[in-house]
Design a protein around this ligand. Structure first.
Ligand code: AMP
Length: 410
């Protein structure tokens, strides 16, 4: 079965075509700058198992529909493509950012599901419209094939009410659905399932998954179910990220708005695009640069590095308390998978929790980078610490496969 995974982001379209029988990605690509300033400078990067090197194509993409048309043209292109007809695509899995409280797991998409998703547009105004347009375009351009929605929020729907309710007037939860939802659910689910297997399916396992990348979130998982997570109503809450501020005193926001004379849109931009690493380190939002400058003794990079790792450590402590113990910590995402020094600093002084990192294993080698699970804790560490490479596209493909083939998730 060939499954196309589509991730229509705010200004990009990522895709992968999986051959599920061979367990292989046969083509993948990304369209960038979709719809940015009319989409005139948009381009596509494409790679398939028919070509040695990635190719780049410049083409105007005013909306995600044009991006999907280009993706399909590439997939069946005589020279670089991997299929002859679009009918060879058996199903399409879509990454959908927000499923509100309604969608608790992945679903087969029909008109009712689309209508429901449209009701949630306001909860993620940058992401839901392209997500939905991606679904509609695939339904139109690859007619008669099943489409499955895989929600970023769904895995977190098991959180208890005392964890997800904000201490705001209750009517705003009832009327406006203002509450903590959590994101990166596909990644947290994927790496936690791997971890449960690595723990030999220990009953009542207590796991903290740290997805640390450009966007970062931490999740506490008890017996395979989320009991808390760091992101909130939107992916802004929680940890300091590449360009996002994470949690701050809400009154600080009002104060800056007043002093700097910013409206809500400008403040939104300030918190989402100008804060986090870029806000403190100022040179850029790339953690690699922060790390290099930190090692060179740069003052601002040191502050940034210390802020990031301190907050993550705090979440681990707090989630260990929420879980009532701890069996494993998992690091994933660009930073979590690659930065040994970040993992070391985060786990420093957590010996009282039973966390001991093995500094001989926790190193940055090519083998460690590519190997999926790496146990980086010492043999006698009470808490096992893993680095596990996430694969959100594969998780979406698997959900799509199970729903299409068996009518339900595994
Ligand atoms: P992601 O959003 O998961 O792709 O992660 C992107 C983040 O991972 C960026 O901040 C990168 O700087 C960071 N990153 C990627 N490779 C490394 C590395 N080898 N060491 C440290 N950080 C890295």
């Amino acid at each position: 079965m060939d499954i196309l995974v589509v991730n229509a982001g705010s200004s990009s379209l990522k895709f992968q075509l999986y051959n599920m029988d061979k367990n292989e990605v046969i083509a993948k690509g990304i369209c960038e700058r979709v719809g940015v300033l009319g989409g005139d400078n948009a381009y596509l990067e494409f790679k398939s198992n028919k070509i040695e090197k990635e190719i780049e194509i410049n083409k105007a993409m005013p909306t995600h529909k044009e991006a999907i048309e280009l993706m399909l043209a590439m997939l069946k292109d005589e020279k670089v493509g991997v299929i002859k007809e679009l009918t060879e695509i058996d199903a399409i899995g879509h990454r959908i950012v927000h499923g509100e409280e309604f969608f608790k797991e992945s679903v087969l998409i029909d008109d009712e599901v689309i209508k429901k998703m449209e009701e949630f547009e306001q909860l993620a105004p940058l992401h839901m419209p392209p997500n939905i347009l991606g679904v509609k375009s695939c339904m139109e351009l690859i007619p008669g094939k099943p489409n499955v929605a895989v929600f970023d929020t769904a895995f977190h729907q098991t959180m208890p009410d005392y964890a997800f309710t904000y201490a705001l007037p209750y009517e705003d939860y009832k009327d406006l659905k203002v509450r903590k939802y959590g994101f990166h659910g596909t990644s947290h689910k994927y790496v936690s399932e791997e971890t449960i297997e690595l723990l030999n399916n220990k009953p009542n396992s207590k796991i903290i998954t740290c997805h640390l990348g450009n966007g970062s979130s931490i999740t506490a998982i008890k017996d395979g179910k989320v009991i808390d997570t760091s992101m909130g109503l939107t992916p802004l809450e929680g940890l300091m990220m590449g360009t996002r501020c994470g949690s701050v005193d809400p009154a600080a926001v009002l104060y800056v708005m007043e002093k700097r004379n910013l409206n809500t849109k400008e403040m939104d931009n300030y918190m989402n695009k100008k804060s986090g690493i870029i806000g403190i380190y100022e040179k850029n939002s790339d953690f690699r640069e922060v790390r290099n400058d930190y090692l060179a003794g740069d003052e601002r990079a040191t502050l940034t590095f210390n802020m990031i790792t301190y907050k993550i450590k705090q979440y681990i402590g707090s989630y260990a308390a929420s879980l009532g113990g701890l069996d494993a910590i998992v690091f994933t995402g660009g930073i979590g998978e690659n930065s040994a020094i970040a993992r070391e600093k985060i786990c420093e002084n957590l010996e009282f929790l039973g966390v001991n990192i093995d500094s001989k294993i926790n190193i940055e080698t090519e083998e460690n980078r590519t190997k999926k699970p790496v146990l980086i804790s010492t043999v006698d560490s009470k808490v096992k610490v893993f680095k596990i490479n996430t694969n959100e596209e594969l998780a979406i493909a698997k959900d799509t496969y199970n729903i299409v083939k068996f009518g339900k998730l595994a």
